[in-house]
Design a protein around this ligand. Structure first.
Ligand SMILES: [Zn+2]
Length: 134
């Protein structure tokens, strides 16, 4: 699967929805390729009681299927005012969540654009457990 195809899969689940309380969700979509080559998608969910980002929704789908290792992940947001699509970097919670689901995910490729990807480990500097103070 190409980077563009993964971005397209993430965009395909975009489905902005406003709750009766006025909360918007589904406006960010994520897609990931697992180590086994399966694609999982998710959208951001925001409610007054709890919420999570699109990346964590996709990871929840992956874990539900019994997989934990991410090969590549991307999240996108479409500006409804002009139709433009943007790739979003994962927030700090998602970065740490990806790592905690499986330490091997530190080597996952996180897409930051069509032609830009970084390893998760490079988005979590100084993540190693520290040595005791002398
Ligand atoms: Zn997040």
């Amino acid at each position: 699967m190409t980077t563009d195809e993964l971005i397209e899969r993430a965009a395909s689940v975009l489905n902005p929805h406003t709750t009766s309380e006025g909360r918007l969700f589904g406006d960010v979509g994520a897609a990931l390729i697992s180590e086994r080559g399966n694609v999982y998608t998710g959208v951001c969910i925001d409610t007054a009681s709890w919420g999570l980002c699109a990346e964590r929704s996709a990871i929840a789908a992956m874990a539900t299927a019994g997989e934990y290792r991410i090969k590549q992940v991307v999240a996108v947001w479409r500006d409804e005012s002009n139709g433009s699509l943007s790739v979003l970097p994962p927030c700090g919670v998602c970065r740490e969540f990806m790592r905690r689901i499986d330490e091997g995910n530190l080597d996952a490729d996180v897409l930051l654009g069509r032609d830009k990807a970084v390893k998760l480990r490079d988005l979590i500097p100084h993540h190693e457990w520290p040595a005791p103070l002398a």
